[in-house]
Ligand binder design. Structure first.
Ligand code: FE2
Length: 197
């Protein structure tokens, strides 16, 4: 079964003015779609033709197949990023993750400040994540298509810090984009579901 481009979990203008339909028209319809098309080309006729996305990520990582890994991991990472945002999101954490943030970071504000510093310091293209690592909430960076899935960590939230993720709305102002993510976009319900799952 071929990998599919998932629909956005909201209308393409639902996150405006913080994340625009124009950005989604490139980021989802072009960039994300290109990873799907390329991944399907690479697995066609191979043992991974019918693999799940997660299986393909782990196998490509294990085989050192960087070409395939880049495409399948980017499919997964982008889908996870769309779900990390929601209309009227952001603000104070709620639910189980609020307790975990309090225990491991002190406050949502402190988590956001550390996350922002990490995202700003993530040189070049990559991703900044909140993960569960051995039951503790941590902030980690990955480069290029890297994903915490291959390091035994459980992703909870992510922000895409490739320039294509924010350039149309924020130009070179990555710190403003990450701040808007915490102020207006974070989907705490999604984070809480990932804490449980
Ligand atoms: Fe992206």
């Amino acid at each position: 079964m071929a990998f599919q481009l998932p629909d956005l979990p909201y209308a393409d203008n639902a996150l405006e003015p913080h994340y625009s339909a124009n950005t989604f028209s490139f980021h989802h319809k072009k960039h994300h779609n290109a990873y799907v098309t390329k991944a399907n080309e690479l697995v066609a006729g191979t043992d991974l033709d019918n693999a799940s996305l997660e299986e393909a990520i782990q196998q490509a990582h294990k085989d050192g197949n960087q070409g395939l890994f880049n495409q399948v991991a980017q499919i997964w990472n982008h889908t996870f990023f769309w779900n990390s945002m929601a209309p009227n999101g952001g603000g104070e954490a709620t639910g189980d993750i609020a307790d975990a943030i309090k225990a491991d970071f002190g406050s949502t504000e402190e988590l956001a400040a550390k996350f922002k510093a990490s995202a700003v310091g993530n040189f070049g293209s990559g991703w900044t994540w909140v993960v569960l690592n051995g039951g503790k909430l941590e902030i980690v960076n990955t480069s290029n298509a890297g994903t915490p899935l291959t390091d035994g960590m459980k992703p909870v939230l992510t922000v895409d810090v490739w320039e294509h993720a924010y350039y149309l709305d924020y130009q070179n102002r990555r710190p403003d984009f990450v701040q808007a993510f915490f102020d207006h976009l974070v989907n705490w319900d999604f984070a809480n579901a990932n804490m449980k799952g």
